[in-house]
Design a protein around this ligand. Structure first.
Ligand SMILES: Cc1cc2nc3c(=O)[nH]c(=O)nc-3n(C[C@H](O)[C@H](O)[C@H](O)COP(=O)(O)O)c2cc1C
Length: 203
């Protein structure tokens, strides 16, 4: 599919074939492709927590308003981010560039994030949002359906997955084979409602 066909074909799917087993090679192919997504300073804050354990899936479903995708999807990712990734040997994100460039970027990373917890958090969410869509579009190209999810109790899910204190949950992504047509696609706002030319008009 070309990108326009993919964008049209991707839907948030609620019903997955719970018997379908996704091959490990496909998981690896999908997640490797997704890492080509852009991230702030190439820090790749995202962490993919893959939930295979059935009992954990059941617990997560309870924490997610009993949404069936959580147990029925072939692959369930709790998409997390490392809030401190910018402090963890940041030169490793730029190993293959000349030393002078690397030094410049490492110093820029420090100046940008230090003492700015709101920026630290926002940046992880921006990067996770982009990687999430990259995962979902790649999954569609590979013949899989997906559902992004944040309809869950974040504190409960954090406990279930044993989330470290310096990490944060962005969303869940359920991936598998749809076994029911989704609703017709919900209204998209006309561009006139969402494009602002140059400046917002103040009252
Ligand atoms: C951040 C986010 C959270 C969402 N959470 C849920 C969810 O918990 N359960 C669900 O069924 N769909 C969830 N959705 C899917 C949206 O309802 C869906 O994307 C939207 O209605 C548009 O439908 P479409 O993706 O099929 O075009 C979520 C989507 C996003 C982006």
């Amino acid at each position: 599919m070309n990108i326009f066909e993919l964008l049209n074909a991707r839907r948030a799917v609620k019903n997955f074939d719970s018997n379908f087993v996704i091959p490990n090679e496909d998981i690896e192919k999908l997640l490797s492709a997704a890492t080509l997504a852009p991230s702030a300073f190439n820090i790749q804050h995202w962490r993919f927590v893959i939930i295979k354990n059935r009992e954990l899936r059941n617990q997560l479903r309870s924490a997610a308003r009993d949404q069936p995708q959580v147990t029925d999807a072939s692959l369930l990712i709790v998409l997390c981010a490392d809030l401190q990734a910018w402090t963890k040997d940041p030169a490793k994100y730029w190993e293959n560039v000349p030393q002078a460039v690397r030094d410049f970027i490492v110093s820029a990373i420090h100046n940008y994030y230090a003492d700015r917890p709101e920026v630290q958090r926002d940046e992880t969410m921006r990067s996770c949002g982009i990687v999430a869509q990259t995962i979902m579009l790649t999954a569609k190209e590979m013949g899989y359906d997906s559902c992004p999810m944040d309809g869950f109790d974040f504190a409960q899910v954090a406990k279930i997955i044993n989330l470290p204190n310096d990490h944060i949950i962005s969303m869940m992504i359920a991936i598998g084979k749809s076994n029911k047509e989704p609703f017709p696609r919900a209204t998209r706002l006309p561009l006139g409602n969402i494009i602002i030319n140059d400046q917002f008009i103040t009252a």
